[in-house]
Ligand binder design. Structure first.
Ligand code: ADP
Ligand code: 5GP
Length: 213
């Protein structure tokens, strides 16, 4: 097996389009995929655990981490700060493991434009309709009416950035979207830039070729 470099897989969408559901399915498919656990200054929701959904931090601690270049990207979303800690991502991709990010368009752009951009796969999920997006937020049962209204208001802003992603999928049928995501990831893992071991392999082929001729 040619050793491969880890991929940074970014999933963005308006809230309720299906990111978390699909991220969980991807991890069931390949348990080696790591989730990037973001830091946030927002308060934990019921059921959320520090270090699992997010690292819940104070604004001062967040700003210190940004100043120390400890964040791969960071943004202000819904009135709170969010950021992806750099160290765990670097360790994972150096070891050939992929990292999945559930982040907004601002974070996606920062990572895509960084030195890790060449190892990034960005995917945007669109809902089949705005009515269905609202239905999903309501059915999820996680937010009160005011929060759902706020998420809906923000959804167009997020959707308007669909054009800067590598792939855009309409998450209509969940199983079909999952299959498409797996296909995209499997193909991207085979990009030349993801296989640093190819150079050595071709060198070995060359010396064998010369020995035989
Ligand atoms: P996000 O993480 O993007 O905010 P979620 O993954 O929490 O969205 O999905 C919102 C709700 O919609 C959840 O209740 C989920 O089960 C449901 N859902 C996700 N994808 C689909 C789909 N393709 N068809 C129907 N329901 C879906
Ligand atoms: P929530 O508060 O509902 O968990 O997340 C709100 C929004 O913040 C979502 O759109 C989510 O994708 C985004 N988000 C979560 N973590 C990060 C992060 O580390 N960086 C950026 N840029 N966005 C994030």
């Amino acid at each position: 097996m040619i050793p491969r470099r880890g991929l940074l897989i970014i999933l963005s969408s308006p809230s309720g389009a299906g990111k978390s559901t699909l991220a969980r399915r991807l991890r069931d498919w390949d348990p080696e995929i790591e989730f990037s656990v973001s830091a946030t200054t927002r308060a934990p929701r019921p059921g959320e655990q520090d270090g699992r959904e997010y690292h819940f931090v104070s604004e001062a601690a967040f700003k210190t981490q940004v100043a120390d270049e400890g964040m791969l990207e960071h943004a202000h979303v819904f009135g709170n700060f969010y950021g992806s800690p750099r160290a765990p991502v670097q360790a994972a991709i150096d070891a050939g493991r992929d990292v999945l990010f559930d982040i907004d368009w601002q974070g996606a752009q920062q990572i895509t434009n960084s030195v890790l951009g060449a190892h990034t796969l960005s995917i945007f999920l669109l809902p089949p309709s705005i009515t269905e997006l609202r239905n999903r937020l309501e059915k999820r049962g996680q937010d009160d009416a005011a929060t759902i209204a706020r998420r809906m208001e923000k959804s167009w802003d997020e959707i308007s950035h669909w054009g800067s992603y590598d792939y855009v999928l309409v998450n209509d049928d969940l199983d079909a979207t999952e299959d498409r995501l797996k296909t995209i990831i499997a193909a991207t893992r085979l990009r030349r830039s993801q296989q640093p071991g190819l150079t050595d392999h071709v060198r070995a082929l060359q010396s064998e070729f010369e020995d035989l001729s």
